[in-house]
Design a binder for this molecule. Structure first.
Ligand code: PMP
Length: 359
């Protein structure tokens, strides 16, 4: 069977070249006589895979030695707890920006540990905007300021980095590696892997080293970034195969020309799809122009009664996972790095044909 185009929000498309390498190396990794997933995490082979993945990631993102790079488990959702547990210290307050469903989940979790000050919210616009920085009611005594640079469900993305006097913490799950960032602007960056990094089961945390060592006494060792840093992310058995695949994705990104090249491609892909949506009365995207995500593009049909047939026909045409998140309905196309321009062209051609037949 031919491979389809996959627009899933996560777990998402993986570069085909990476899957081919993994297939070829599956039974006998580099002549070791074993699959990589069968090896001890403390073997020289797996250690070298982990080191190489970290090195390549540091090159891609320009991560200096001032930052620890941690490969953890539990998804970004676990970091919703780990962030306050590691950063509050003796402080009892943290600032959060509420721009959508993922912000809300981070806020709900943080409330277990401290007073959460919601500095700004776009809930009144149904999360279709980002409150301007000068409207935020920040607390200069907060332990940190948390925000979600790309809201995967709402399709809302910041194209600016908030200024903050306290450590800036970013849930970059659905934007990381899509374009260059200035890591030194952040205290902590975290991300679930299953969008632009690799398979589910791996979680990335990039933390400025001076923020380590403040974890609460009750912080489980598995959530304690200092413990992870001291043990090279091998305090317990890490998800070795996921890490290997992530390393292959990082190599692939370098072969594409790194993040500046990915940004160009990602902008081109997103611009095409937004142009197709805006150029028609049949499709609509609710997000303010300046905050439209490059990675997750929700859209609705003028007649929601056609949603089901749109999904059936798109799937039959080999365009998979276009159903919008259950909380918002409609459609969503996620255009992560591994989604090719050809996939976007095929989607647009399908949408135009569907409109002609149904408008
Ligand atoms: N934050 C964002 C922005 C996300 O998109 C997701 C997953 N879709 C999460 C957090 C939760 O990630 P996980 O499933 O890895 O816990």
């Amino acid at each position: 069977m031919d491979r389809c185009y996959n627009f899933c929000a996560g777990p998402a498309a993986v570069p085909e070249a990476v899957l081919e390498i993994a297939r070829d190396e599956m039974l006998n990794w580099h002549g070791a006589g074993l699959s990589l997933m069968e090896m001890s995490h403390r073997s020289p082979e797996v250690m070298s895979v982990a080191e190489r993945a970290e090195r390549t990631l540091r090159e891609l993102l320009g991560i200096s030695d001032d930052y620890a790079v941690l490969f953890l488990q539990g998804g970004a959702s676990t970091q919703f707890s780990a962030v306050p547990l590691n950063l509050l210290g003796s402080n009892n307050a943290a600032d959060y920006v509420n721009t959508g469903q993922w912000s809300k989940k981070a806020i709900a979790e943080a409330k277990r540990y401290c007073n959460v000050n919601v500095v700004a919210s776009s809930e009144d616009t149904k999360f279709s905007t980002i409150p301007p920085r000068d409207s935020w009611q920040v607390d200069s005594g907060a332990a940190y300021l948390h925000y979600t640079p790309n809201e995967t469900i709402g399709g809302v993305e910041y194209f600016w980095t908030p200024q903050a006097d306290v450590p800036l913490v970013a849930d970059m799950s659905s934007t990381i590696l899509s374009r260059p960032i200035e890591v030194s602007d952040f205290g902590v960056i975290y991300a679930g892997a299953q969008k632009n990094i690799g398979p589910a089961g791996l979680t990335l945390v990039i933390v400025r080293r001076d923020l380590l060592g403040n974890a609460d006494d009750k912080c489980p060792a598995m959530l304690n970034w200092q413990v992870a840093a001291d043990n090279d992310s091998m305090y317990n058995t890490p998800p070795t195969f996921a890490l290997y695949l992530a390393g292959l994705v990082f190599d692939w990104l370098q072969q594409q020309g790194g993040l500046p090249a990915m940004e160009q491609i990602n902008r081109r892909k997103a611009e095409k799809l937004y142009a197709a949506i805006d150029g028609s009365d049949f499709y609509a995207n609710p997000v303010e122009l300046a905050s439209r995500s490059l990675m997750n593009i929700p859209f609705t049909l003028a007649d929601a009664g056609l949603d089901k047939v749109f999904l059936q026909e798109s799937e039959a045409a080999g365009l998979l996972n276009l159903k919008g998140h259950r909380s918002v309905g409609g459609m969503r196309a996620s255009l992560y790095n591994a989604v090719s321009e050809a996939a976007v062209d095929a989607l647009i051609a399908f949408m135009q044909d569907f409109e002609q037949r149904n408008a």
